[in-house]
Design a protein around this ligand. Structure first.
Ligand code: G3P
Ligand code: CA
Length: 303
């Protein structure tokens, strides 16, 4: 059912985004997240903490302010959401409309339902993506993916990159990988410890894995344990809601090796309070994705 990466690599040909399989085979996860969670739990290793859409409880999500705030708080890992404009620019936005997190209604009152895909990059660049959150953040913009990646690099941060609603944007995987490559995010240094590409769409994750087998990938969901072998062909991580998991589910994930020959990992989301973070850590999760990274860090330190 799931195509092997090598098959797709052969189909892509010269000039594609693919590394030689010998290189791909050598790609492990980063040190804090590569240990099996069962042994991690036994050694009391703390999970990695990932700032969801940046430090989004303290600054407007998916903006420079949110990743800068995460950096100020001492967090290296941030998560984002990537979608595409009408004229083909990739931008950082969670919802498939611009309504909730920008002033698009005020600026473009006749353009309902204000879908990302109905606006050009130039139009989106005019939007205020901060005032909805707080006047303090007035003037924050919707970053393009290129701008965002440069800012994450400038901040010496690492990225859980999400293709959001990829079914709306045919070819977004190849396009996104091209931007990642052109901004230096697919060099060996990045793919071995600074980047995870995830999606709720298994097809999208499969495409990413086929195009760039060296890139660490994550599937967002809680598949049945019996189905984990299928996902393990193309996903290094199974990233589930924290309310959907148990210790035995986490152990089942860790018992299976992913496409790089390492145990599958789990980054659970969206964990915004201390007790839930401690519960997930005791299950042995590899990562916790949170709007409140400072709260999670404190709870894990105190537990
Ligand atoms: O990274 C996990 C999480 O971001 C997935 O849900 O809707 O917040 O993108 P969502
Ligand atoms: Ca997301």
């Amino acid at each position: 059912m799931y195509a092997r990466a090598a098959t797709t690599v052969a189909l892509l040909g010269a000039g594609a985004l693919v590394l030689p399989l010998s290189t791909a085979a050598a790609q492990p996860g980063s040190a804090p997240t590569s240990a099996p969670a069962s042994s991690a739990a036994a050694r009391h290793d703390r999970p990695l903490v990932v700032a969801h859409r940046g430090a989004s409880a303290q600054a407007p999500e998916n903006t420079f302010a949110a990743i800068d705030r995460a950096r100020e708080l001492g967090f290296t890992w941030v998560e984002n959401d990537v979608q595409r404009t009408r004229d083909g620019e990739l931008v950082i936005m969670h919802d498939d409309t611009l309504k909730r997190t920008t002033n698009v209604e005020a600026l473009y009152p006749d353009r309902a339902p204000w879908k990302v895909a109905d606006f050009t990059a130039k139009e989106i660049a005019r939007l205020d993506a901060g005032s909805w959150f707080s006047p303090k953040y007035a003037g924050q913009r919707v970053p393009t993916l290129k701008q965002y990646l440069r800012r994450v690099s400038h901040n010496h941060q690492k990225l859980v990159f999400e293709f959001k609603r990829p079914e709306l944007y045919p070819g977004i995987e190849k396009q996104g990988l091209r931007v990642l490559r052109d901004t230096g995010w697919l060099d060996r240094h990045h793919v071995t410890g600074k980047l995870v590409v995830q999606s709720f769409s298994a097809d999208s994750v499969k495409k990413v894995h086929a195009l760039r087998p060296d890139v660490k990938t994550g599937f967002l969901g809680t598949p049945a344990v019996a189905d984990l072998p299928k996902y393990a062909r193309f996903a290094d991580q199974i990233n589930s809601t924290h309310t959907s998991i148990s210790g035995s589910y986490v152990s089942a994930i860790h018992a299976r090796k992913g496409p790089h020959g390492k145990p599958l990992e789990i980054f659970t989301w969206t964990v915004n309070d201390g007790p839930a973070a401690v519960r997930a850590a005791r299950f042995g999760v590899n990562g916790i994705i949170t709007n409140t990274p400072d709260v999670v860090r404190k709870a894990l330190r105190d537990s």
